[in-house]
Write a new protein. Structure first.
Length: 500
């Protein structure tokens, strides 16, 4: 009954004209950027952060959440119709989905993706609602040393699961943590790494930094690669209604994909893309006819699409309950909450229950909106691909610059975003993923604060981190994960699995 009453609070929050409108806007934008290859939810949310300043906190988070899981829906549309995955999590959908389209079953593939995504989204939302309160109650028992150990574990697991090199990912995390030190030391009031620039006394502004590295840099790369537009072979759309045999074949993969996505979405470094690749691999291994994969197997669409949507939504669990972002998009959500003076963590549930449960309830509403948006409007989404990149993205950059300037009515933020665009583009050219950097940047201040607070309470005794059983266990898991991945045989299997 407690869960039902909490959900009723959430639905009361969602079913207001403003929040319904922002939920629809988020789903619409998510579908749009899912359809357009190259932009992605990370860059889009980074660029929209300044627009949320004047919104209510619940409206802002509902819209940003809709963008994230809406992108998983939109990415499947062009993956199936034109063999062009709009999202990295839709790559596996394109393998068999486009083959189905070439055989005249594009409508069935789209319906399969929509059914799997909707079912997975509903189950994942139930999982969030069921696990949120128990995890939040556990998190309330955490002290500074437990939180420090938890964040160390989260960062290390994100590095271990990452598809990038361990040293590269670790280096990017350390860069993010070092950048977070720029500004005024809260304890002593001294300036750190500001070089006399008064605009840096409060540290690097989160919005221009993320917009430059993740938004503008991605746009520049896409303009370089697709500046002249591209010709697409669009498959003819057929009936959307699957046969009874199709339903029988897709049922088990949808259930397995939902389970895989629900679990992997919670893990640091996990999320939609990892869940999608894992689900495809599992379905191929379990299939009685694995050679059909890559030739138009409906299981190759149902499993990954269910997994990526479930993974996108359950990644909100550690954010809402522990204040720990599971991936780079969730790190941006932390930034959005900070903009509205909300401290992520278990206290959100008690201090602002309408916000907490409103975001969860909005996922059910959003999943229904996405089904309505995606299937009837397939033709419209495909036509958007005819817009040349050289016209689309400069217009986006212009509006983003206006948004950055409006933060403080200062050109310094625009200069900062431009410099970070150069830095982000350099990362992309060097094939360095900036996502671990964002995790380090967001968690850096909390790492420093919890570490220094623990040291003060223990009078400089570092063994205090092992005096608490929970803290000791978290650090032991982190240590074992790093040691295990250093073993050549384990590292080889990890690299092979991620490569596949």
């Amino acid at each position: 009954m407690d869960l039902l009453s909490n959900l009723s609070v959430g639905f009361t929050t969602v079913f207001t004209p403003d929040n319904l409108a922002y939920a629809f806007l988020g789903c619409l934008l998510g579908t749009l950027i899912g359809v357009l290859p190259g932009l992605g939810p990370l860059a889009t949310i980074a660029m929209l952060l300044p627009m949320t300043y004047n919104l209510a906190p619940d409206s802002a988070l509902i819209m940003l959440a809709g963008i994230y899981y809406g992108a998983q829906y939109g990415g499947s549309t062009t993956a199936i119709i034109v063999n062009l995955p709009g999202e990295s999590s839709s790559i596996m959908t394109a393998v068999d989905g486009h083959q189905m389209a070439r055989r005249g079953r594009a409508g069935v593939a789209l319906a399969t993706a929509a059914i799997g995504s909707f079912f997975a989204g509903c189950v994942a939302t139930l999982a969030i609602a069921a696990l949120a309160k128990p995890l939040a109650e556990v998190a309330l028992q955490f002290g500074p040393k437990e939180y420090f150990s938890l964040m160390v574990l989260g960062l290390l697991l994100a590095i271990v699961i990452s598809a990038d090199s361990l040293l590269e990912s670790l280096g990017m995390v350390l860069v993010g943590v070092l950048w977070s030190l720029i500004g005024t030391d809260v304890n002593s009031g001294t300036q750190r790494f500001t070089f006399g620039v008064t605009q840096l006394f409060d540290g690097l502004d989160f919005v221009p930094l993320t917009m430059g590295i993740f938004g503008f840099a991605e746009i520049v790369r896409n303009l370089q690669q697709h500046g002249a537009g591209q010709g697409l072979t669009v498959e003819k759309l057929t009936s959307l209604f699957p046969t009874r045999a199709d339903f029988r074949r897709m049922a088990a993969p949808i259930a397995r994909g939902t389970f895989i996505g629900t679990i992997l979405g919670v893990l640091p470094g996990g999320g939609a893309a990892l869940a999608s690749f894992t689900s495809y691999s599992v379905e191929k291994k379990l299939s009685s006819n694995p050679t059909s994969f890559g030739q138009g197997a409906i299981e190759g669409v149902a499993g990954p699409e269910s997994a990526n949507n479930a993974g996108a939504q359950t990644s909100f669990i550690p954010l809402l309950t522990l204040g720990l972002p599971a991936n780079a998009v969730m790190a941006l959500m932390v930034g959005a909450m900070t903009i509205h003076n909300i401290q992520p963590g278990p206290q959100v549930m008690t201090a602002n229950p309408s916000l907490f449960w409103g975001v969860i309830a909005s996922m059910w509403v959003g999943n229904m909106m996405l089904v309505i948006l995606n299937l009837p409007l397939v033709g419209l989404w495909v036509k958007l691909l005819n817009i040349p990149y050289r016209f689309l993205y400069p217009a986006i950059m212009m509006f983003c610059c206006i948004g950055v300037y409006s933060l403080k009515n200062s050109t310094f933020e625009i200069y900062e975003a431009a410099i970070m665009c150069i830095v982000g583009y350099a990362f992309l050219m060097l094939r360095l993923s900036p996502a671990p950097l964002l995790l380090g940047l967001v968690l850096g201040p909390q790492l420093e604060e919890t570490f220094r607070r623990t040291m003060l309470l223990s009078r400089g005794d570092a063994t205090v981190f092992f005096s608490s059983p929970l803290s000791a266990v978290l650090l032991a898991i982190a240590f074992c994960a790093v040691i295990a991945i250093a073993v050549p045989s384990i590292r080889g299997r990890r690299d092979k699995a991620l490569q596949e």
